[in-house]
Design a protein around this ligand. Structure first.
Ligand SMILES: O=C(O)c1ccccc1N[C@@H]1O[C@H](COP(=O)(O)O)[C@@H](O)[C@H]1O
Length: 224
C-alpha cells in the first residue's frame, strides 16, 4: 500500500497540479522567509484553492508568532500545521485549541537520543515528522536534502505515527521505506532542479519509486 506522500515547498500552479495529479496526499507550503521555498500566504491560498479537498494542505512554519500564524491560517486555510522549530508541547496544545487544526511536529534526528525528545509531545502532536539535523552553516531547519540513519527509527513504538523526511529522492526511497516501514513520507529537495524549483520529471520518478517500494516485501531484520 502507498504511504501518505507529502510534496513540500510548492510555489507554482504547475507544481501543485502535477503533485496532486500524481496522488500526493499532502502538499506543503513553506512560510519561512530564509527559505528559497518561502511563499506569501495569499499566494499559498490561491494555489491551495486549486486542489482543496483533493489533498491535505500543510502550512510549514518555524517558531511563528501568533500574528504570523493568524495571517497564514486566514489566507492559506491549511488542513494541517507543520511546526518545524522548537515549539513547546504547551505551544502545540494552545495552537491546536485556538485554531482547531491538527499539528504535525517535526524533529531533527542524528542519534538515538534525539528520538526521546518526542516523549512530551505524545498525545499532543497529531503526527510526528522526522527530518535530518541541518548541516553546519545552513540557515534552514529543513529542506536541506540530507538524510539521517533510518535504522534509528527501528526502536520506535509501532503506535507512533510519523512522516519520514530528509533527503528522500527516487534513488533512496525504496531503501528508506524498506528500513522504516514509514506510513508517510515527505520530500522537497529530492524533486527539485535547484533550491525552490520543483521538477515535474523528478516528481514522476519519485512516485514511480514509491510504487516500486510499495510492491516490494519488507526485508528481514526490519521491525516494521
Ligand atoms: O524546505 C524548506 O525550505 C524548509 C524550511 C523551513 C522548515 C522546513 C522546511 N522543509 C521541510 O524539510 C523537509 C525535508 O526537506 P528535504 O526533502 O530534505 O529537502 C521538507 O519535506 C519540509 O517539510
Amino acid at each position: 500500500m502507498r504511504p501518505d506522500i507529502k510534496i513540500c515547498g510548492l510555489k507554482t500552479e504547475e507544481a501543485v497540479d502535477h503533485a496532486v495529479s500524481l496522488g500526493a496526499t499532502h502538499i506543503g507550503f513553506i512560510f519561512f522567509p530564509k527559505s528559497p521555498r518561502n511563499i506569501e500566504p495569499d499566494l499559498a491560498g490561491r494555489l491551495a484553492d486549486r486542489v482543496r479537498g483533493r489533498t491535505k494542505i500543510v502550512a510549514v512554519t518555524v517558531n511563528a508568532d501568533n500574528d504570523d500564524l493568524d495571517e497564514i491560517i486566514a489566507l492559506s486555510r491549511p488542513d494541517i500545521l507543520q511546526f518545524h522549530g522548537g515549539e513547546s508541547p504547551e505551544r502545540v496544545l494552545t495552537i491546536k485549541a485556538v485554531t482547531g487544526l491538527p499539528v504535525m511536529k517535526a524533529f531533527s534526528i542524528r542519534e538515538a537520543d534525539d528520538l526521546r525528545r518526542i516523549e512530551p509531545y505524545i498525545g499532543i502532536a497529531d503526527r510526528f515528522l522526522f527530518d535530518a539535523k541541518a548541516p553546519a552553516g545552513s540557515d534552514l531547519p529543513g529542506g536541506n536534502g540530507v538524510s539521517f540513519d533510518w535504522r534509528l527509527l527501528r526502536s520506535l513504538d509501532e503506535s507512533v505515527d510519523y512522516m519520514l523526511s530528509g533527503g528522500l529522492n527516487s534513488d533512496n526511497l525504496e531503501e528508506a521505506l524498506r528500513e522504516t516501514g514509514a506510513r508517510g513520507i515527505d520530500v522537497s529537495s529530492g524533486v527539485e532542479s535547484a533550491p525552490g524549483v520543483k521538477n515535474l520529471k523528478k516528481m514522476d520518478e519519485f512516485f514511480a519509486a514509491v510504487d516500486r517500494a510499495s510492491m516490494a516485501e519488507p526485508v528481514s531484520g526490519s521491525t516494521k
